[in-house]
Design a protein around this ligand. Sequence first.
Ligand code: ADP
Length: 479
Amino acid sequence: MHSALLKQACYVAGQWVTAHDGATDPVINPSTGQIIAQVPRMGREMTLAAIDAAQQAQQQWKQTTAKARSVILRRWYALMMEHIDDLATIMTTEQGKPFVEAKGEITYAASFVEWFAEEAKRAYGEVIPSHKTDARILASREPMGVVGAITPWNFPAAMITRKCAPAFAAGCGVVLKPAPDTPLCALALAVLAEEAGIPAGLFNVVTGDAQAIGGALTDSKTVKKISFTGSTAVGKLLMAQSAATVKKLSLELGGNAPFIVCDDADLDAAIEGIMIAKFRNAGQTCVCANRIYVHDAVYDAFTEKLVARVQALKVGDGFAPEVQIGPLINAAAVAKVQSHIDDALAKGARLAYGEPQPAGSFLFPPQVLVEMTDTMRIANEETFGPVAALFRFNDDADVIARANATDSGLAAYAYTRSLQRAFRFSEGLEYGMVGINEGLISTEVAPFGGIKESGLGREGGRQGLDDYLETKYTLLGGL
Ligand code: ADP
């Protein structure tokens, strides 16, 4: 382990700092329940210092060339890949996901840095045909300024890079508040950012009191934008808090993804898709399939194939060989997943497969529930756990209407061999992202994001840079 990566201090104005009063919060390994580190419990005061530092650094940074910013970002990308094993070790220790998956996330996280190193050079403006003969009209792109970023624990590295990389590429500064469960990945990424040449003050990481840090970020007139990934409830709160200063917002909030398996689907492909879309990260992703709608004609065959695959999943400590499902993040997550199962069983669902949850641990063995109905909690709330819930359908229009009957609109999936049905689902599903015959849609090259109450803005793709740029219109008159 490159021991310099394991930091128990915040990174503000290019300095590694602890709280004046020595206050800390523990970081817990969800596989063992052991405290693995302590990070500073900061609040408003340190956040304001970080905002000032970000503003000062950003004033210089925005004047650098896109190429200069690109070179530094590319170095950050290379350092992440060079330290992939150490970063993944930190991730599995604080988050629990299997080590192989943690390495996959580091590669995914680094891919955003590489992508935006390239996109930095493509923040093109426009010359617009003028309405006057003696004038010219320019629309140029400028960085928004200081960004407040707040991230969740389920992807402790990727959620950071897909905000920070486009922000830096655009010429912005960042004050980041990582999730309290997984601050160590964020701090390790800051070590590497510093080594890559991100200037002091441009990237600040403040751990501690979420309300105090979030309040300082949203109150500040210097912070021009909030970029948040997390629960819909906190997203709405930050949106309300941002109203007083009319901040720009990128919000990536909860999902409740439908996964539709038609009677003409390649069932084996659909099973491969659901194993990823349902069980990746122990079901703790916002694009996880929550409601699996299977056509009557293939319901029993699909269930049988799925149970066979789920039975073979190995659950345990993410460092143990061949483990595919690590622990859930904490006791509250375990209780929520169990309550969704209990609710479904009480309302008439049947457990097709599932071992009981071992008391006293955060491990949750995967479950398959069948004969689900639309009044059950899983039909209406994101479960965030390894529970495959199978609903029946027999009509495309009906299943599209049921799939759309939610306030969420993040990801949806459909499996069919018919091109006509593929377009019917792609166009009919009210979601920001649709996977047709594919269960893994996340990639740095595509615009990730939701509609309805799943959020605002897009991360990744060409569009990911737009979220950190303002358009400046200049009219050159009297020519
Ligand atoms: P989850 O339920 O997945 O933990 P949250 O929305 O609670 O989702 O958390 C996502 C991020 O939002 C975390 O970094 C968390 O600390 C932060 N957060 C939670 N409450 C607030 C708040 N009132 N203000 C700012 N950030 C918050």
